[in-house]
Design a protein around this ligand. Structure first.
Ligand code: MG
Length: 324
């Protein structure tokens, strides 16, 4: 097997996990080229010649992974996502084991899922239209406010920055969101309206249950609590019930569809995959690209569709390996 590892580790914590991973691939007799990206890079150069490899490993945090996945979208490339950023929510949502050996083994095994990618467009303050892909979530309102407030210390503090920001702003404005979802009209009052490809947030919590990367659908989520104290309740429920299947999510409503048009009753801040955008928006348009990328999954992933017997065999094998 010939593998290309694209390592965008510049923004992550120093880690040699990806080099361990490369060693496991090499030990099995594979050819493996590692392309280290610098501080600034463009997708075309990073992915040059990618089709010539059996497998392309994208190594980075959520921001780098999303940029690279968007560039891979629709191409005949099998991708393994390797978590080497400060925050790796997309990887968490995929549900693979993070150990370098386990991932190398999953790569060799070659089980994959066709995963969706989201796209969001909005009018900027200069009258132009901006368009961006997202792998996780994008949205308007209090979530974006939090990310803007937390942005300065996000890399240092990880998820804590958002919780600190939430407590510093206990009275976010309540907005009326008018949503056209596949032709259906929905009106809700809330402090945020999000669109999700995968609804995993920090701490392996799913904001809404049954949000899948492979169903060809967006989840449109409205946070209906009027204040940050109310927001703590679904967060607490999230810690007690990470999948959301047992307790549900108080004050969070969600809808599924392929195309969403969202209008807010006042200008609101917006974020795309946790990155705050400049200025405020009146609304946005979101759509899903079904099956845009082919991703390696292991037997621990909820997207693995193999039989239980195969899973047991792989787990037994992993247990025998001291590093796994
Ligand atoms: Mg989905």
């Amino acid at each position: 097997m010939r593998t290309l590892i694209i390592h965008a580790g510049a923004t992550g914590y120093a880690s040699d996990a990806v080099f361990q991973f490369q060693r496991y691939l090499l030990e099995a007799g594979d050819e493996c080229l590692l392309r280290q990206l610098g501080e600034t890079w463009d997708e075309r150069a990073a992915l040059a010649g990618a089709e010539d490899f059996d497998l392309v490993v994208l190594s980075g945090g959520d921001y780098e992974i999303t940029r690279l996945l968007a560039a891979v979208s629709g191409r005949d490339i099998t991708v393994c996502v390797f978590p080497s950023g400060p925050v790796n929510l997309f990887f968490s949502g995929l549900g693979n084991a993070a150990e370098p050996f386990a991932l190398a083994y999953a790569c060799r095994r070659g089980r994959t899922v066709s995963a969706d990618l989201g796209e969001i467009a909005w009018a900027n303050e200069r009258g132009g239209v901006e368009r961006r892909n997202f792998s996780l979530m994008a949205g308007t309102g209090f979530d974006a406010e939090l990310m803007r407030a937390g942005a300065s210390n996000r890399h240092a503090m990880g998820q804590m920055a958002y919780f600190m920001a939430a407590l510093a702003n206990p009275q976010p404005p309540v907005v009326r969101f008018s949503i056209e979802l596949d032709g259906e009209h929905i009106e809700r009052d809330g402090i945020a309206c999000l669109v999700a490809n995968t609804a995993m947030i920090q701490g392996d919590i799913e904001i809404v249950p049954d949000c899948r990367l492979d169903d060809g659908l967006l989840d449109v989520i409205v946070l209906e609590t009027p204040d940050a104290v109310g927001l703590l309740k679904p967060v607490l429920f999230g810690f007690l019930d990470p999948s959301g299947k047992n307790l549900g999510r108080p004050q969070i409503e969600s809808f599924k569809g392929r195309h969403a048009l969202v209008r807010a009753s006042m200008p609101v801040p917006m974020q795309v995959d946790g990155e705050p955008i400049e200025g405020e928006v009146a609304g946005f348009e979101a759509l899903i690209h079904p099956g845009a990328v082919r991703l390696v999954v292991d037997t621990l992933s909820p997207y693995f569709d193999g039989t239980e017997d195969e899973g047991a065999e792989e787990r037994a094998r992993l247990k025998r390996f001291p590093d796994a």
